[in-house]
Design a protein around this ligand. Structure first.
Ligand SMILES: [Zn+2]
Length: 356
């Protein structure tokens, strides 16, 4: 604990952090041991100052790894011990020139990830599914008298629910990360400003009365919740881990106008997009809006990396015979879509999603 406080103060003196705040005991849920202080033997561990303890060995230490820092942590359903491992045989950083295939990934809410190859990865929204139960447990807990054992237990039950949601999300993210890494040798993401996307709306003040007016924060709250539930940053982190293991390159690009740009001719307009459909007003390119965004992300990433890999043929994309030049004529757009059989195009995409 002293080491942590020391670290916090050193950071403050260097101007890297703010003045350390006093923290209550319950805030400290973990502590660490430096390398070589902790011994492991089978399902037993010797923690300095505590002695030998039994633990559930969830997986064996892989060969060739040395144990580093050991952290003991209290979680909602018990005590955990996490061990940092080090392997000297680190794989070389992949170079862009070696990549033969590249994919662009557009992260979203309805579909967690849309890949430029046409693959659509659904978003299970575990946090949203647990909302009803979360509400119930949180209400139960907050109504119990402060400082009571019942209140503590009720909050512990709520914490276990949150832990379950977190684990479901983590498990799914690892699966998606593996799936994405298998799709290409170079993965290109958008460098999303998630903090900025989730920022609170600016307060609106009535200049006459000085009272606060509605600023849309109430509506935004729901959106912020689903953004947090999707946890794009965590997914990207996991993709980077899996990619590093299999020598796949991960690159992030500026996400500006990726959803408005035509992947065929590069024309940018907010009216190019109509919800799930993408219809270029300049060249008449039709595609799934998210897949088009993923393609734009892929192209931008390849340009930044200075490599040129041709786009493989994607099934389900249809190009209009006659370009729709008339701006804002939505009726015209819809009619030309219908003549092409938009329903058939739609079903091609949804069947692609189901085959995941
Ligand atoms: Zn176009």
């Amino acid at each position: 604990m002293l080491r942590r406080v020391e670290n916090a103060f050193q950071r403050f003196f260097k101007g890297e952090g703010k003045y350390p705040k006093p923290k209550r005991r319950s805030k400290y849920r973990s502590w660490s041991y430096p390398p070589k202080d902790v011994r492991f033997e089978g399902n037993k561990v010797r923690l300095p100052g505590i002695g030998w303890c039994k633990f559930f060995s969830s997986r064996a230490f892989p060969d060739g790894f040395s144990t580093r820092t050991v952290t003991v942590r209290k979680k909602a359903d018990g005590w955990y011990i996490s061990v940092q491992l080090r392997d000297e045989s680190v794989p070389a950083t992949p170079t862009p020139d070696a990549a033969q295939t590249a994919i662009g990934v557009d992260l979203g809410i309805k579909k967690l990830a849309s890949v430029s190859t046409g693959e659509l990865i659904p978003n299970p929204q575990y946090g949203k599914k647990a909302q009803r139960r979360r509400q119930l447990l949180s209400r139960r807990a907050s109504r119990k008298s402060k400082g009571s054992a019942r209140r503590r237990k009720a909050y512990a039950a709520l914490a276990r629910l949150e832990q379950k949601v977190e684990r479901q999300r983590t498990d799914y993210h690892w699966k998606v990360a593996n799936q994405l890494v298998n799709l290409g040798e170079c993965i290109i993401f958008e460098d999303l400003n998630i903090k900025g996307m989730m920022a609170r709306c600016k307060p609106k003040v009535d200049p006459e009365t000085g009272k606060y007016l509605k600023n849309g924060q109430a509506q935004k709250r729901g959106l912020n919740r689903v953004i947090a539930d999707a946890a794009w940053g965590e997914l990207k982190q996991k993709v980077k881990v899996v990619a590093a293991k299999s020598g796949v390159l991960v690159h992030e690009i500026n996400p500006k106008y990726t959803s408005q740009e035509c992947s065929c001719c590069g024309y940018v307009s907010p009216t190019n997009r109509d919800k799930e459909k993408f219809l270029c007003e300049s060249c008449g390119w039709v595609a799934d809006a998210d897949v088009d965004a993923a393609t734009v992300i892929r192209q931008r990433g390849l340009t930044e990396l200075g490599i040129n890999i041709p786009l493989p043929v994607v099934h389900g994309k249809v190009t209009l015979k006659e370009p729709v030049k008339d701006r804002g004529n939505h009726l015209g757009c819809q009619m030309s879509l219908r003549t092409l059989g938009w329903n058939g195009l739609n079903s091609a995409y949804s069947s692609g999603g189901e085959s995941e």
